[in-house]
Ligand binder design. Structure first.
Ligand code: PGA
Length: 252
């Protein structure tokens, strides 16, 4: 287990600036603070400022961006670079979320470039990996997630001090109500950890939290968080409601 527990909320394409402010107003009183996980929320980029305005009341919550482009600046209409996201106050960035991979065609190679760009700008990447249902049925779990991991491991080797988080999100469990069992999560996390151990050494691989994501809810968060090798959770739908995100944070 990594030494810390991380609870992250991926709001996807939800939450206006006004709704973001309301979320924090609801979250602060709901969260008992009895546990002290590392908390990160990923609002849409236009709601980043609203999240940061709410944050001084609760500095434990860090704010990240859901996606970056790998170039630092230039003629890339509609894209946001890592230095711009960092200057706007983001500390973290999601990279390679399954929706980026499967809806927008993001490749493993692009994921590697984005991890490099994030680290160069001082953003902490949370890199998502995960297999589709067909890949799992075909017995290709290990092959697929290791290929996704190995696409950015060289960047971590070149940056020995860099902080990074990995999220295992089986595509078949995202937004479907189907959750991987704690055993499924442990198995996949163990595969990822073993590969990181070989590439980066025992100490560094232990310091990289591996989060589970895919239909995490208040009702299943505690058992997933208790599973071996699960260092945190990345929550989509259930992170939009301040009360349910607070219950999940308390399970950490
Ligand atoms: P979900 O999404 O919790 O709604 O399944 C998880 C994610 O996509 O990060």
């Amino acid at each position: 287990m990594s030494p810390r527990t991380v609870i992250a909320g991926n709001w996807k394409m939800n939450m206006t600036p006004k709704e973001t402010a309301a979320f924090f107003q609801g979250f602060f009183p709901s969260f008992s603070g009895l546990t002290s996980p590392e908390l990160i929320v990923f609002p849409p980029s236009v709601s980043l400022a609203a999240a940061l305005r709410a944050r001084p009341e609760f500095p434990q919550v860090q704010v990240g961006i859901q996606n970056i482009y790998w170039e630092a600046s230039g003629a890339f209409t509609g894209e946001i670079s890592a230095p711009i996201a960092r200057a706007a106050g983001a500390t973290h960035t999601l990279i390679g979320h399954s929706e980026r991979r499967h809806v927008f065609g993001e490749t493993n190679e692009e994921v590697g470039w984005k991890v490099q760009a994030a680290l160069a700008a001082g953003l902490v990447p949370m890199v998502c990996v995960g297999e589709t249902l067909q890949e799992r049925k075909d017995g290709r779990l290990t092959e697929v997630i290791l290929e996704q991991l190995e696409a950015f491991l060289p960047v971590l080797t070149e940056n020995p001090e860099a902080s990074v988080l990995v999220a295992y999100e089986p595509v078949w469990a995202i937004g479907t109500g189907e959750t991987a069992t704690p055993q499924d999560a442990s198995e996949a996390h163990g595969i990822l950890r073993g590969c990181m151990r070989e590439a980066l050494g025992e100490e560094r691989s232990r310091a990289i939290p591996i989060l589970y994501g895919g239909s995490v809810k208040p009702g299943n968060a505690a058992e997933l968080l208790a599973a071996p090798e699960v260092d945190g959770v990345l929550v989509g739908g259930a992170s939009l409601d301040p009360g349910s995100f607070a219950r999940i944070a308390e399970a950490g």
